[in-house]
Design a protein around this ligand. Structure first.
Ligand code: UN1
Length: 513
């Protein structure tokens, strides 16, 4: 088998592979049980990682707490310079890290590189932001008084991330949290622990070079129980969690019990509305990349196409034709479009969803199925499938993390399509394909899409880092990445200063002694 430079990439990232030693793990406190990381690309065991025990966790938090005392006093623009150095390192290691993402998670190498690019982009954004952590000033109602607000660092930010964006989502959080003066403790998905170690190594190198404590960035490894150490820990004022709605509900309740803050990025059930005025060629590119990119495992993946009946057959034929060109196979081979699912459990969920849509009366236009034989030994490769369905099917209401696209038909005015699009519990990303200004504006209006992201003539996935990223309803309501998402990583303080010799009370209250 061709190695595609994996061994070298692991070496460059300081991640030991299974032949180099028994275990790997750059977090300094890891005495828990062993976690094995298998590649969905070829089914090989890549490495073993030691997980974080409860005792280790206590030490991690002590380290983070100590680091926070130094870090929070460093001026924000200087913290920005550290983030700049971190992004320089990411530029150096882009190919290696992109390759590891591709090999451990299974997305195409191009998308692996794209993910590292998102890390670089958010760092650049954060560097500029480090000079712009602005508060407002306001006019006091009392004479000789000044009022303003300022933002201070929050403390430890706990990050729980998912396998599908094993490096970028961490950096959306850390790049902002760091310039805000916070320190981070990260629990990556137990399905992609090596990506976590690689990132930690890069961060550690930068902190060491600047004589800063490594505790500014901490890594903990393990399953949901390790996540629970953080959600239940009142020393962590903010938990930023990405994953399923089921997981998010648990995290939200645990954090709320201690009145902590949570930032949730949960499931999507993203749709593209295709109106009679759509550009079909653009629609096909947007829909196909949205549905099969990352093998349908983005939270922004396109799951539903809501097509006007007058162009339904045309769109269906064009999409089916495009699917016939898709090459499925090793994601490190740049000739392939679609890589494997994360593991065989994900394959089972894909199969169950296909069975369910048929059971509910749907029709498979492209059947799908699991690939076997040479190159597919991991058992994780599936064919992207397309099903004609009804909006209210139970399975269509549900987010299946796999390349399954549902075709739904609407008639009449675009308002009917918007009602279908909004008729699910999730509210992450949405799009409309139209050249009709009225339709586009209605889609973006108060009566339009209820999602956190609403695009015109662009698909549902592939958001830029400059905007706030997140969604409404059961997607969890959090916003990460660009715009003013940084504010959640800081505590706001309102300051009123009296520079007179009198003490007038607000609201005109008289209190004479
Ligand atoms: C995710 O799937 O969790 O918008 C994040 C996108 C990417 C991020 C997806 N920029 O598709």
């Amino acid at each position: 088998t061709v190695d595609f430079g994996i061994k070298q990439a692991l070496h460059q990232l300081g991640v030991k592979d299974i032949n180099d030693g028994t275990s790997t793990g750059s977090n300094h406190f890891s005495s828990g049980k062993i976690l094995e990381s298998y590649s969905p690309v070829d089914g090989h065991l890549i490495a073993k990682v030691k997980t974080t025990s409860k005792e280790d966790y206590q030490k991690v938090i002590e380290t983070a707490t100590t680091a926070f005392k130094t870090w929070r006093t460093m001026p924000a623009p200087q913290r920005g310079d550290i983030v700049r150095q971190f992004s320089d390192k990411l530029r150096e290691k882009k190919e290696a890290l992109g390759k590891l993402v591709s090999y451990e998670m299974g997305k195409s190498y191009q998308e692996g590189l794209g993910e590292v690019q998102e890390m670089i982009d958010i760092c650049d954004f954060a560097v500029g932001l480090s000079r712009q952590l602005h508060g407002l000033t306001m006019h006091s109602e009392r004479p000789g008084h000044r009022m303003y607000e300022q933002y201070h660092p929050l403390g430890i930010v706990g990050i729980i991330s998912a396998f599908n964006f094993p490096v970028a989502v961490w950096s959306w959080n850390t790049a902002l949290a760091w310039i805000c003066g916070d320190v981070c403790v990260w629990k990556p998905s137990e399905k992609t622990p090596l990506c976590g170690i690689a990132c930690q190594n890069i961060a550690a190198e930068v902190f060491a070079k600047n004589n800063l404590p490594e505790g500014i960035s901490c890594l903990i490894n393990g399953d949901y129980q390790v996540g629970e150490f953080m959600t239940q820990d009142s020393r962590i004022p903010l938990i930023s969690a990405t994953g399923s709605i089921r997981m998010g509900k648990i995290v939200a309740q645990e954090v709320a019990k201690r009145l902590g803050k949570s930032l949730l990025e949960l499931g999507g059930n993203n749709a593209i509305i295709v109106t009679p005025d759509a550009d079909i060629k653009m629609t096909v590119i947007g829909a196909v990349f949205g549905a099969v990119g990352t093998a349908g495992q983005r939270c922004t993946s396109t799951r539903r196409l809501i097509i006007h009946e007058s162009i339904y057959d045309t769109v269906k034929t064009a999409i089916v034709d495009a699917y016939k060109q898709l090459r499925i196979g090793n994601p490190l081979d740049e000739n392939n479009h679609v890589g494997p699912l994360i593991d065989t459990d994900a394959v089972k969920m894909y199969q169950n969803a296909l069975a369910k849509v048929v059971e509910e009366g749907g029709h498979l236009v492209i059947e799908g199925g699991v690939l076997t034989g040479e190159g597919y030994e991991s058992g994780c490769y599936v064919k992207p499938a397309i099903a004609e369905a009804k909006p209210d099917f139970e399975i269509v209401q549900h987010e299946t993390f796999a390349p399954i696209l549902y075709l739904l038909k609407y008639s009449g005015d675009v308002g009917n399509a918007i009602a279908i699009q909004n008729g699910v519990v999730q509210g992450l990303s949405s799009a409309i394909m139209t050249n009709n200004l009225r339709e586009a504006e209605q889609f973006l209006s108060v009566n339009g899409s209820d999602c956190g992201i609403a695009n015109v003539n662009i698909g549902t996935s592939g958001a830029e880092i400059g905007g706030a990223f997140g969604g409404e309803k059961e997607t969890g309501g959090g916003r990460e990445s660009g715009s003013d998402a940084w504010k959640v990583y800081m505590r706001r303080q309102t300051n009123t200063i009296n520079y007179t010799t009198e003490l007038p009370l607000a609201q005109g209250i008289k209190f004479d002694l």
